[in-house]
Design a protein around this ligand. Structure first.
Ligand code: 4NP
Length: 148
């Protein structure tokens, strides 16, 4: 799960998908394309909206997306078109490139819709982001582990 700061959207996406796939043998992580918040905890507003929904993301720490992540992961979900550009620019070959997906394309195929960056907004933005990611992660979880 990749966003810009790795403190608002992608930590939520990581926590939500982990909660839906806790029985499956999959490794889920998140990272940011920017280095502004390395080693920080998720934004308090992301922690709060996760908590209301029964998910604890307080142990997460922000890190930067690395080219080695293309070797570690089969699927790389980005939150918006800027993330898509930044991550795909790091791809070394067509296999790397094929791993990168816009997360809302799971819900709205081929529309390339952004999960809006909630960083400079209020709490409502975080609730909205949570809802979008929950819906997308439901579909991702069903694809990865159809038996639930
Ligand atoms: P995120 O939100 O990409 O969802 O983690 C942001 C967090 C911080 C900044 C931008 C976006 N920032 O510019 O510091």
């Amino acid at each position: 799960m990749v966003c810009l700061g790795n403190i608002c959207r992608s930590p939520l996406a990581e926590g939500i998908l982990k909660s839906k796939l806790f029985r499956a043998n999959v490794f889920i992580d998140s990272a940011g394309t920017g280095a502004y918040h390395i080693a920080e905890k998720p934004d308090n507003r992301s922690i709060a909206v996760a908590k209301i929904n029964g998910i604890d993301i307080t142990d997460q720490r922000a890190r930067k997306f690395l080219v080695e992540d293309f070797d570690e992961f089969d699927l790389i979900y980005v939150m918006d078109q800027a993330n898509y550009r930044d991550v795909t620019e790091m791809a070394r070959n067509k296999e790397d490139l094929a791993k990168v997906k816009m997360i809302l394309n799971e819900v709205f195929p081929n529309e390339n819709l952004d999960v809006p960056d909630p960083y400079l907004g209020g709490d409502y933005g975080f609730k909205n982001v949570y809802k979008m990611l929950d819906e997308a992660c439901d579909l991702i979880a069903k694809k990865i582990n159809p038996d639930g």
